[in-house]
Design a protein around this ligand. Sequence first.
Ligand SMILES: [Mn+2]
Length: 320
Amino acid sequence: MITKEQIKIFNDKISKAQSIVLCAHKNPDGDAVGSVLALARLIELNYDKEVICMYDGNVPDNLDNVPLRRHLNYYTHVDENISVDVAIVMDYGIKRNIGGPQKFLDKAKFVIEIDHHKNDDKVGNLCIDDENAAATGEIIYELMRAAKWNSDAMVWGALMTAIVTDTGLFKYITRGDVLRIVADLVDRGINIQQIINDLANKPRKTVLTESLSAGNAEFFYKNKLAIAIIDNKQYKNLDGRGETVLNLLGQIHGLDYIALLKEQKPNQIGVSLRGRFKPVEQIAVALGGGGHEFAAGAVVKDTLENVKNRILELFKGVIK
Ligand SMILES: [Mn+2]
């Protein structure tokens, strides 16, 4: 629930700001990119202000067709000497996920966060957070409605991309409210099929790397846990998080948990965890990360071998 007070503060800060930057988590996904670009457009339309959108890491190719994609700047391409009146950080989860844009947050006179992750160490002076939201894009939509902002097809398309991404093509939706938002976006003319087709757009080497990783997965604890690996050499072919590996393995009958280990660089392993109706968030937290109940992750500074062993140890306590 977005309060009148929150809208008043948002309105006040944005109206007075000369310089506004927007960002989300490093290696942004469809929710991060969609939320940033939708809010950027909403501020442009309703406050007649230009904002600077930035990211760290890599924006996957499958987001090439998101409306306004060209407005996203790699953070080092933004002049670091600019003054920042308001910084808005979205979908970031934990502070460490912000990456390069953090330095713009540090010098911002006011920070607004909009997020749906559970987080006890918030960075915002104003926090428009909702842990029950299916996507950060859902909160942006609610904000747009509550503030009675004007919007256009670019906003709607970006919001649909955000929701489609974080709900795993609507699979994880547990509240009718999300579907009512989707229905409204469809009524406004957004084509779901086109958005999903656009998101399925990847380089060949990525699809081959993902299928190889799934094909080489190992199974533990009476086949209840699958561990798939993408080593550093293959990681360069990956575009995005390797969601396809998780989705493919997640179809296996009788499997409860999937862990995907990505060797981003030597001694830095990105871990994605999924549970099929079984929670994995606590395991991600134990690895220094977090996320959602059934989908979580962490970045661990250790060797592939050690991280794999730690994961096996953690799941040992969970799988009976
Ligand atoms: Mn999200």
